[in-house]
Design a protein around this ligand. Structure first.
Ligand code: ZN
Length: 252
């Protein structure tokens, strides 16, 4: 597996010239996609999702999403995303997602844990931050390098001993999952929380309510017997990190 790790590092060095710096956290990340590529991916996915989505007709919830969304959009400056949109989906599960082109899908189930505008701002700002930080493009870029290195390693192994191909694929996938995919997913979650808090602050929302929001999430999921997935932060971990960022922001 050492050879594989070198392949990944080599790929990252080769592509090192294609970097993107995230807003607020100022972290450099590998970026092999142009902004236009990301917009095009987002546009296609937006059409696909809309064709299989039932929109929520609840006017109070829709008004709340529009009110909070509008306020958050007003504080986003110098973004590559020109047209944000918030789509309220009729679905009970507590989930939201933002496409790279700024289309934010929010399940109506989110209102089970977002008890006021500040708490709703927590989840909307978090999702918008994924798009602002271009996490979607960064994820596709990582996959390209990881897959390219995997194929390169596989070809080399096939020449040496074809019988080792199957164990190699399994080991490669497990290793890259552990060393690349999971740590990056967790890092991006943390980063979206931090950028989201900055948007909330600029829009005048109460930052402490972000903690209340995640406490609500923890309570609801505990009752369901659900726990976080390994790619995501645990609720306690997230709350601790949010508290740290809030303290840092308040001391500036
Ligand atoms: Zn997220």
């Amino acid at each position: 597996m050492k050879g594989t790790a070198y392949c990944i590092i080599l790929g990252m060095i080769i592509t090192g010239c294609s970097k993107h710096q995230t807003p607020i956290t100022k972290r450099d990340q590998m970026m092999l996609l142009s902004k236009a590529d990301e917009m095009s991916i987002g546009d296609k996915e937006y059409k696909r999702l809309l064709s299989c989505t039932t929109l929520c007709k609840d006017t109070e919830k829709k008004k709340a999403i529009d009110r909070v969304g509008k306020k958050l959009i007003s504080v986003v400056k110098n973004s590559h995303i020109k047209k944000w949109e918030f789509i309220l989906v009729e679905k009970d599960s507590i989930n939201a997602a933002c496409l790279p082109n700024g289309k934010v899908f929010i399940n109506s189930g989110v209102f089970k844990v977002a008890k006021n505008d500040d708490q709703l701002a927590t989840i909307l700002a978090h999702e918008m931050s994924h798009a602002l930080a271009r996490h979607g493009g960064a994820r596709i870029s990582r996959n390209k390098v990881v897959n390219g290195a995997g194929i390169g390693g596989g070809l080399a192994i096939a020449v040496l001993n074809p019988l080792l191909i199957i164990p190699y694929i399994g080991l490669y996938q497990a290793t890259t999952e552990k060393l690349v995919t999971t740590p990056h997913n967790r890092l991006e979650e943390k980063e979206a929380d931090e950028i989201g808090l900055n948007l909330m602050k600029k829009a005048g929302y109460d930052l402490k309510q972000s903690i209340a929001f995640w406490e609500n999430m923890k309570t609801v999921n505990k009752h369901k017997g659900k726990t976080h997935t390994k790619t995501h932060l645990s609720y306690d971990e997230r709350i601790k990190d949010l508290q740290k960022v809030i303290t840092k922001m308040q001391s500036i």
